[in-house]
Ligand binder design. Structure first.
Ligand code: BG6
Ligand code: MG
Length: 214
């Protein structure tokens, strides 16, 4: 009885975490400190401003709101430069195929991402046409685990939340789906995404049979 699939972008469709990490690391280094790849995990699914605040905390650096604005913009410029070189080869295994499978089965597809750069990325990897609705960081005011982004996605494709499945790689994203009354499929490790209804390593392991079993 699932009628719509809502996909997070970063970490589900593409692995942009490496670019976010490079850009944040460069910013931290300019401020005179560093952070690890392990810390970077804590930034997954987290908004741009909140990510910066966490990084500044790790470096024991205090900045005014105006300064934070400047730093976040700087990071974003580096990030935008990096993603401008992305190609469809960077689509994660099985993502495009699963989107096509869903659409062929008559399911609605939507994007539900915190990123304000979602459209740029989708254009670069040539996937825009596979989404019936795109809800990104420009259209929401509340960050995951608030369900706003997914509820807006459900509304845009005219499907009730309990008929939606969300695909997410971040703990906050799984929580957001659950808070919205939706099913959640974790992309990653079951040890990390403990609240998900099902966890698969990637969309290449997903199928209509598994969807129906939810
Ligand atoms: C999420 C990423 O999808 O989008 C986060 O997982 C990122 O790492 C957030 O900070 C906001 O992205 P952007 O592109 O608007 O800075
Ligand atoms: Mg993600």
């Amino acid at each position: 009885n699932i009628k719509a699939c809502i996909f997070d972008l970063d970490g589900v469709i593409v692995d942009t975490a490496v670019y976010h990490y490079k850009a944040w690391k460069r910013l931290a280094n300019e401020l005179g400190f560093d952070f690890t790849e392990e810390d970077n995990e804590k930034l997954k699914g987290v908004s741009r401003v909140r990510s910066l605040q966490l990084i500044l905390e790790w470096g024991h650096v205090t900045k005014t709101e105006a300064e934070q604005e400047v730093l976040a913009t700087k990071k974003n410029e580096w990030y935008v430069e990096m993603i401008s070189h992305m190609t469809p080869a960077e689509i994660l295994p099985g993502a495009k195929e699963f989107l096509e499978t869903c659409r062929a089965a008559g399911l609605k597809t939507a994007l539900g991402s915190a990123s304000k750069n979602s459209m740029t990325i989708l254009e670069k990897i040539n996937l825009t046409h596979l989404f019936d609705a795109i809800i990104d960081g420009n259209k929401v005011s509340k960050a995951k685990p608030d369900p706003e982004v997914f509820l807006k996605g459900a509304e845009a494709v005219n499907v009730k939340p309990d008929k939606c499945v969300v695909f997410e790689d971040a703990i906050a994203g799984i929580e957001a789906a659950k808070n919205g009354g939706m099913k959640a499929v974790g992309i990653g490790s079951p040890q990390v995404l403990t609240e998900a209804d099902m966890v698969v390593p990637g969309l290449n392991e997903m199928s209509l049979e598994k969807l129906r079993a939810l």
